[in-house]
Design a protein around this ligand. Structure first.
Ligand code: C6P
Length: 405
């Protein structure tokens, strides 16, 4: 499909609404993406035509719902190039997936084992590991970054040793837009026998990772970041880990046999999917994957890079504006401040002009501490944004600056 921005925008009903009397300019895509009609239709279709519980009934509706749910798993397996569909575990999202892995490792790690995270992680890729360290006596080490917001690879190499058991890193930083060299990070971790978890929450909408080629142990992401619904995501885990880690929650569907004396667990992926899952969400996630693939990830990446380049150049023309995250490998996130003005004030004024940006620490307080700032204004672009919307942002920021200086 050729990249036709107007046609794409027509797929997103929300993009034609007004906010405070102005056309909505939605630049908070790193928080959550908007949903195309195709995804909305898949939700309506499920509840209108074949809503039923899955894996449980012999009746037609249950079989239809099961087929659609398992069909989405296969679609997602193909998209991320996992070896087996059962290596894709459905979760409530990235945070849930990380906590599931952390829970599993609480039975594996020993006192003195080391865990490495990066300096630019989201809180959900910091706090569960701190909790794990408290429980097990393992030690958390941090890969530092430089002023450009780029990880210092040589420092990472120094941190690695035979004590390193796990490495956790996001593919793309939500607060800076930096793309981390995950292939190299994984390769180095392999040399000391450490397992690696990649947080793909910010990358899944921009690039298509090849999980087998990366040879990563765990990969987590959320559907809502890639045009799917909230409350659903995936945890990919290599089969060997799926067999090794204990279940996270007990309940229906995750068992092979239950007696009051002993319970045996189901195999993958059901071992980690206790209870009735977000059936509709999973099916709609599949529809979102279809939608994005029909546009094409190469096209998306190319177009978003144009938006990033243009936005960076135009915003930097504003005197006193500083961008955080200036490394050479970046995605379409621009995090900035204007000297002497609180980011919250800028966010509030641009909202009055219909522009949605996020302000604050973006659930990445250590990054803000590093730069000694309370937060930033973050404009994050998606493939359905336009150069005209970038202009609207720049004009609104100029206006805010005039009002607040
Ligand atoms: N970042 C943002 O505005 P959940 O909430 O579980 O779907 O995703 C958590 C998460 C984990 N890792 C990264 C890199 C993320 O960016 C996020 C979510 C949003 O930046 C909401 S805080």
């Amino acid at each position: 499909m050729p990249f036709n921005i107007q046609k794409i925008r027509n797929d997103f009903p929300i993009l034609s609404r007004k906010v405070n009397g102005y056309p909505l300019v939605y630049l908070d895509n790193a928080a959550t993406s908007q949903k195309p009609q195709q995804v909305i239709d898949s939700i309506v279709d499920y509840y209108s035509n074949y809503n039923a519980n899955i894996h449980r009934g012999v009746h037609t509706l249950s079989q239809e719902a099961t087929d659609a749910y398992e069909g989405a798993r296969q679609k997602i397996q193909t998209h991320f190039n996992a070896k087996e569909a059962y290596e894709i575990i459905f979760t409530a999202g990235t945070t849930h997936g990380i906590n599931l892995v952390a829970n599993g490792f609480s039975e594996i790690l020993k006192k003195g084992d080391e865990i490495i995270v990066s300096a630019m992680e989201h809180h959900s890729n910091i706090v569960p590991w701190q909790m794990l360290c408290e429980k097990t006596g393992a030690i958390l080490k941090v890969i530092p970054m430089n002023k450009e917001g780029v990880l210092i690879f040589s420092e990472y190499e120094k941190l690695l040793s035979e004590k390193t058991k796990l490495v956790f890193v996001n593919h793309i930083s939500n607060a800076l837009g930096t793309i981390n060299p995950i292939a190299e990070i994984i390769e180095k971790a392999r040399q000391v026998g450490a397992a690696v978890l990649v947080d793909g929450a910010q990358s899944c909408s921009h690039v298509k990772p090849d999980l087998q080629k990366l040879d990563v142990d765990f990969y987590v992401t959320s559907a809502h970041k890639m045009c799917g619904p909230t409350g659903v995501g995936i945890l990919y885990m290599k089969e060997e880990w799926g067999n090794k880690l204990p279940p996270y929650q007990g309940g229906g569907e995750m068992i092979a046999e239950v007696t009051f004396e002993k319970t045996t667990y189901a195999g993958l992926p059901h071992k980690f999917e206790a209870g009735t899952p977000n059936i509709c969400g999973v099916i709609a996630f599949g529809a979102a994957i279809d939608y994005l693939n029909a546009i094409g990830f190469e096209e998306i990446e190319k177009y978003e890079n144009e938006l990033l380049k243009y936005a960076t150049q135009k915003l930097l023309e504003i005197e006193g504006l500083k961008i955080y995250g200036t490394g050479p490998e970046k995605t379409s996130v621009v995090s900035f401040n204007i000297e002497g003005i609180h980011p919250y004030d800028i966010g509030t004024i641009v909202d009055k002009l219909g522009i949605a940006v996020r302000t604050g620490h973006h659930c990445a307080q250590p990054i803000m501490d590093f730069y000694k700032i309370p937060g930033t204004v973050r404009a994050s672009f998606a493939f359905y944004n336009t150069l005209e919307e970038v202009d609207a942002l720049v004009n609104a920021v100029k206006k805010a600056k005039m009002m607040l200086s």
